[in-house]
Design a protein around this ligand. Sequence first.
Ligand code: NAD
Length: 372
Amino acid sequence: MQIGIPRESLVGETRVAATPETVKKLVAGKHAVIIERGAGITANYPDEAYEAAGATLVDASQALGAELVLKVRSPSEQEIASMRKDAVLVGMLDPFNHEGLKRLAESGLTAFSLEAAPRITRAQSLDVLSSQANLAGYKAVLLAAHHYGRLIPMMMTAAGTLKAARAVILGAGVAGLQAIATARRLGAVVEASDVRPAAQEQVESLGAKFIEVPFETDEEREIAQGVGGYARPMPAAWMARQAKLVAERCAQADIVITTALIPGRPAPTLVSEETVKAMKPGSVIVDLAVERGGNCPLSERDQVVQKHGVTLVGYTNLPALVPTDASALYARNLLDFLKLIVDGEGKLAIQREDEIVAACLMCTQGNLIRSA
Ligand code: NAD
């Protein structure tokens, strides 16, 4: 089958959907890979490396005109217009963007969005949310360290001792746990909060303290279990108790990294303006939830701003800041997913009864299959 890899057109998107490593495997799997010239440049994969791996360099319209198109982000209207009506598209297409998916459906494409894969063991190797969130959690800590005017580890020098930085991580999913691990490696004293009780053991196993918000009713305890591994919105009373504890911990913190999300909903507010006002001058908040409205109302999309003496970092696409590794992991995720929709002869064989395939299928033959 012919597989096309266009260059990503979204502003600031530096990742690419295939690397020389995955191209080599696709070619070995009897596919003809065509890749847009310069598609890997921003991720540090030069054209020559793709050619050496067996790909053919083409222009944008040819790459988009392939039978199977691999992308990082949703195609623009212009890109959709260059695609074949019966093409198959695989990417991160945002399953909660109803309008975007409707547009894809109307174009006749068969489109798979890998963010919709179920959080089951068999899907781990194609789990794009995990592969990318993991890198985002790591990069968030480095950004915080960069914007923090002090050091992170405790340091004893001839001129005196510097205290270790205190970090608070809100949301201990994939990104949060990696942020905890990275902050600990740099020498910070770390505390973390999550609504799911299962997160406590994971937080503690990384050497951080769990900020426990006690449950006062069975309903609170039940909702906190979440569904499918994801959190659900907590009752207002629990959120108020959490806000109080978070405010106390943030007032002592030097670095706050927020990662709390609830699928398909605006991000919960965890750090209020009052809490920011009470934080130490020079402290830093990195808000990873900014794309969904932010965990702090003061953070601004794709901006670094200073408010009440606190630096707020609001980049929406942290994996794009580590594009080489982010692309390497993403491209491997795609390769694993393709095993479910392509047979051993390199021909399309979509196993619609497969639980992962069914969850990721957004539209086919003009029909919108799934949209939140
Ligand atoms: P996410 O990005 O949807 O949310 C980030 C975190 O925010 C979650 O841990 C969530 O519980 C937390 N959160 C929501 N509201 C909060 C609040 N008010 N206060 C504090 N924290 C709050 O989550 P994710 O990183 O995608 O992980 C979701 C789940 O999926 C986790 O349970 C993870 O272990 C699981 N997971 C399973 C697999 C697998 O088995 N294949 C792979 C990856 C992740």
